[in-house]
Ligand binder design. Sequence first.
Ligand SMILES: [Zn+2]
Length: 388
Amino acid sequence: MLAGRTTTEELLAYLVAFDTTSRNSNLDLIGFVRDYLAAFGVDSVSVPNEAGDKASLFATIGPGGVGGVCLSGHSDVVPVDGQPWSSDPFTLTPVGDRLYGRGSCDMKGFLASCLAMVPAMTAARLSTPIHLLVSYDEEIGCTGVVPAVRRLGVDLPLPRACIVGEPTSMRVVDAHKSGMAYVTTVTGREAHSSMPQLGANAIFAAAELVGELDRCRAELIAAGDPSGRFDPPSTTVQVTVIEGGTAGNIVPRRCAIRWNVRGLPGFDEAVLLARIERFADEVVLPKLRADAPEATITTDLVYKVPPLAPQTGSPAELLALRLAGQNRTFAVSYATEGGHFQEQGVPTIICGPGSIDQAHKPDEYIEVAQLRACERFLTGLIAECGRS
Ligand SMILES: [Zn+2]
């Protein structure tokens, strides 16, 4: 086990070496962080998932009770499958001023910076607590942090500000889109393709639904982004996966389409979903049922990530701008765990080292200068939290 002070780079090398691809358990990494914190006298609370093979970790440095500033990051990473890496993705590899490795940027660099500052946090006799939250399953719908967030203000302290350290190149992000994923499944009836009147073609039906989603897409683009802050400047709709049919001479019984929506803050996805369901029930399903009364069309929500809505002048925004030495905030189109904190009543901004441009790609890296900038940010935070 690590003893004494450990640098951010050393900690990042340890964290990268845990293959915490979202499909894997993250318990080894969580155990490492728990033991590291314990070495500095910091207790932590594990919040496991239902299966017990993954967990979040919550720890408080400084006085207990409510308030304080939460530093939050996810432990899971996206897969490296099929990606052409120049080095072992799970061995942190320095080349010049870059550190290569899966998760180096998204977002173990932030976690390593926070952990490296723990000795300074414990030595500072904080009057305002600093909380650390390490989550899981962020990359598959931002779901893993939810059980821990739901406990903030219940049996865990309610922070007065949260900083989610996703890679923003240390810029302060106060707004992002929501993310919803759905699967619409059409079930018709199989038949020999020479006798189509005996069947009900699920792919033709699904294609009509794809057409309606495409019309929604175009209308939302035309409606644009009144805030003028987002790129692209609208709510977006995409069909991402389509699967159906079994053979070239069979009328297909089943077809499923997966689609996702990235909504501007304030966008009401229930209205869009109701339109798709109404179109399915009133336009598409009657045609299927004319030939196959048992036909169905169902749409299920796979996940929903709430948006981050700007809260101008919130404690989180003012704190982060001050610590980052900046005077303006940014909006991004990718979703984060930040919206869940905001829904729980915790003012939240996104600010962390590394660029999103390097995330999820082969040869993901973080610049050493970004880690230094994050450490300066955290040093400022410790100074603020040390004042009484
Ligand atoms: Zn991330």
